[in-house]
Unconditional design. Structure first.
Length: 320
């Protein structure tokens, strides 16, 4: 079927064009809202500027397709192959992209607010300036993705793979990151205020200047080097870690450099803090009940009103 015939039939009320072969077709700035293109072959097609809101593109092949500034609000792209597709400046508000393949896709400045991205693969995707506010990114693969500066407020990233991702300056306030893998990721100056990070893996991540105020990090793995290099220029370091009020129960922080860190009112019950550097840190009213502080360094720290009940002290003795 040629494009002119498709547009004519659509204008006559037809909507079912499933399994159609439209490889490399030019369908630019056409209103195709509510069209059914499920399992259609749109490999290399140009759909830029077209209206595909409420369209059914389930399992469609959109590999290398161009969808620049296209409207895909509430579209169903479940299982679609969008690898290397260009969706820059597209509107995918409330779109369904469950298990979609967006490897190397260009999503620059795309709007993905409240999009359903469960299980989607976004490896090496370009998300520069994209809006993912309220998106469901449960179990999504974002390994190596550039998410720097993105607004991910309230997004569900539980069990997501963010290995090696760039999240510098990103806003993850109130995000759900339960069991997310953030190992080797760049988190400098990211905002995790109020985020749920229980059992997340932050080993070897760069957390310089991160804001974890009121975050829940219970039983996290932060490893030996995830806060490395933080204390080297402590005297004049502007981007300090804010963990005030954070819930860090059972968190593994062994060997971490937390020099000049704000931990006032933090809950560190049963935390593993062996050989941690807490010089010049603010621990006012923090609770370290039953924590392990062997060989920890608290030089010049503010420890007023700190709770050390049953805590293993730096010299190995137990505080009662």
């Amino acid at each position: 079927m040629d494009i002119e015939q498709l547009i004519w039939q659509y204008g006559q009320g037809s909507r079912d064009f499933s399994r159609l072969d439209l490889q490399h077709a030019d369908i630019i700035q056409v209103d195709l809202s509510e069209i059914n293109l499920s399992r259609a072959d749109l490999n290399g097609a140009n759909l830029s500027g077209s209206n595909l809101s409420y369209a059914n593109l389930n399992r469609a092949d959109l590999n290398y397709a161009r969808l620049i500034t296209s409207k895909l609000m509430n579209a169903d792209l479940s299982g679609a192959d969008l690898s290397y597709a260009d969706l820059s400046w597209g509107d995918l508000t409330s779109a369904t992209l469950v298990n979609a393949n967006l490897t190397h896709a260009n999503l620059k400045q795309a709007r993905l607010t409240h999009a359903e991205l469960r299980g989607a693969v976004l490896c090496e995707a370009n998300l520069l300036g994209a809006d993912l506010t309220g998106a469901n990114l449960n179990r999504v693969d974002l390994s190596g993705a550039d998410l720097s500066g993105l607004d991910l407020t309230g997004a569900d990233l539980s069990r997501a793979d963010l290995t090696g991702a760039d999240l510098r300056g990103a806003n993850l306030e109130n995000c759900n990151l339960y069991k997310a893998d953030l190992s080797l990721s760049q988190l400098r100056n990211a905002n995790f205020k109020g985020a749920f990070l229980q059992q997340a893996n932050l080993s070897r991540a760069n957390l310089k200047g991160v804001n974890l105020a009121r975050a829940i990090l219970r039983e996290d793995n932060l490893g030996v080097s995830n806060l490395s290099d933080l204390g080297r220029r402590a005297a004049n370091l502007p981007d300090l870690i804010d963990l005030s009020g954070a819930i860090l129960k059972g968190t593994k922080l062994q060997g971490a450099i937390l020099l000049n860190t704000t931990l006032d009112y933090a809950l560190l019950h049963r935390a593993l803090l062996v050989s941690v550097n807490l010089q010049i840190a603010n621990l006012m009213d923090a609770s370290l009940r039953e924590a392990d502080l062997r060989n920890a360094n608290f030089e010049k720290s503010n420890i007023s009103n700190i709770n050390l009940t049953e805590t293993i002290m730096p010299d190995g003795s137990v505080h009662h």
